[in-house]
Design a protein around this ligand. Structure first.
Ligand code: ZN
Length: 108
């Protein structure tokens, strides 16, 4: 099990505890854990916006099986990098915000 999968399982378990009545005494801790991990995720998306491309594992190219050369990765355009999901949400929100701000500025 990768560390990311283990972390996701822990977060899922905390969410289940937070939402259910199985162990009421742990509910507060579960909410604190979820809030802290959400904050940590937001900060990490701000600090490290990219992750390894899932298609080429961050290499930016594939090895050709028969010809022996390399093929460019079409998914990341040879960079080997991909925007993380949280960062994509953040970017679209800030784009939306700047768009609405600009329209307010031109109307007045
Ligand atoms: Zn790629």
């Amino acid at each position: 099990m990768t560390p990311t999968a283990a972390y996701r399982l822990t977060a899922l378990a905390a969410l289940i505890v937070a939402l259910s009545d199985t162990v009421p005494a742990w509910r507060g801790y579960a909410w604190i854990f979820l809030a802290a991990s959400a904050l940590l995720y937001v900060v990490s998306c701000w600090a490290f916006p990219y992750r390894d491309c899932r298609a080429c594992d961050g290499l930016g190219r594939f090895r050709r099986r028969r010809l022996g050369g390399f093929r460019r990765c079409p998914r990341c355009d040879d960079t080997g990098l991909q925007l993380r999901a949280g960062r994509r949400v953040f970017n679209s929100l800030s784009r939306h915000r700047s768009r609405t701000r600009r329209s307010e500025g031109t109307s007045s």
